[in-house]
Design a binder for this molecule. Structure first.
Ligand code: C5P
Length: 249
């Protein structure tokens, strides 16, 4: 089981990303004092999204892997099973540690994604985790009913999509930390819950609707927390990351 803090590197370029991550090098080299051995010894787990990946291509993954980071490639694939399966085979070859699809694409699509990913990652001893997005946090009950024509409460939809992901052989879901306990009850403790919408105490909430602190997310049973602006927008990014690790791990 994970229990790690993933930094959402929502930057526009490789240069910006590397400049940000260089701050963490300084801890390893002992330039910045750091008492926490686990933080000092590790390079942060990072999440790369569509903006950076489409701007820089697979090269960004190579650079981050060479620097020793675990990489969650957040591309949220959603297409016919054949297309997603083939695309996942390519992604598996990048050596990523985690990647995702939309559960709305169906169990058949998720099975094809898993099959393709495992084929692509055949040469890696450590296999990438495949997780599903249940419902985007930007979708509310009204959009669910009026636009997507899903006449069910959000929590029921999220629960069913998580069960579909489990049935397809996926490793877990992206969800709100508020849903982590229910999803573990339904899908088992080993089924990963990867939870964005995290803010450290006193931080700006921004556009996130339902937030939790790392301490609350740990209590709720999240396996990985995804933290973006609380760390990346801080002028004390390394300290905030360390605090999030201490609170969560
Ligand atoms: O800056 P912040 O901590 O809000 O960033 C959260 C990250 O998690 C962003 O990269 C966002 O795209 C991602 N995410 C999310 N909600 C989801 C899925 C992904 O906030 N349901």
């Amino acid at each position: 089981m994970g229990k790690d803090v993933i930094i959402a590197c929502d930057f526009a370029s490789t240069d910006e990303t590397v400049r940000f991550l260089d701050k963490f090098n300084k801890i390893r080299e002992g330039i910045v004092a750091c008492d926490d051995i686990s933080v000092r010894a590790s390079r942060p787990y990072v999440k790369i999204g569509m903006e950076l990946f489409y701007a820089e291509g697979p090269q960004i993954i190579k650079i981050l892997k060479e620097r020793g980071h675990n990489v969650f490639l957040d591309l949220k694939l959603h297409d016919i099973p054949n297309t997603v399966g083939k695309a996942m085979q390519v992604i598996g070859g990048y050596g990523v540690d985690m990647v995702n699809v939309h559960a709305a694409g169906s169990i058949e699509m998720m099975k094809a994604a898993k099959h393709g990913l495992m084929l692509g990652a055949i040469r890696y001893a450590e296999k990438p985790k495949l997780i599903a997005v249940t419902q985007l946090t930007s979708i509310d009950e009204e959009a669910l009913r009026k636009e997507l024509l899903i006449d069910m409460p959000m929590d029921k939809v999220v629960a069913q999509y998580a069960l579909n992901a489990k049935a397809a052989g996926l490793d877990g879901v992206v969800c709100s930390a508020h849903e982590a306990a229910t999803i573990h009850q339904l899908c088992g403790e080993d089924f990963l819950t990867v939870t964005p919408g995290i803010r450290l105490e006193g931080d700006a909430v921004g556009d996130q609707k339902r937030i939790m602190t790392p301490v609350e997310a740990k209590k709720a049973g999240s396996d990985y927390i995804v933290v973006g602006r609380s760390i990346t927008a801080s002028d004390k990014a390394v300290d905030v990351y360390r605090k999030a690790c201490e609170d969560f791990k």
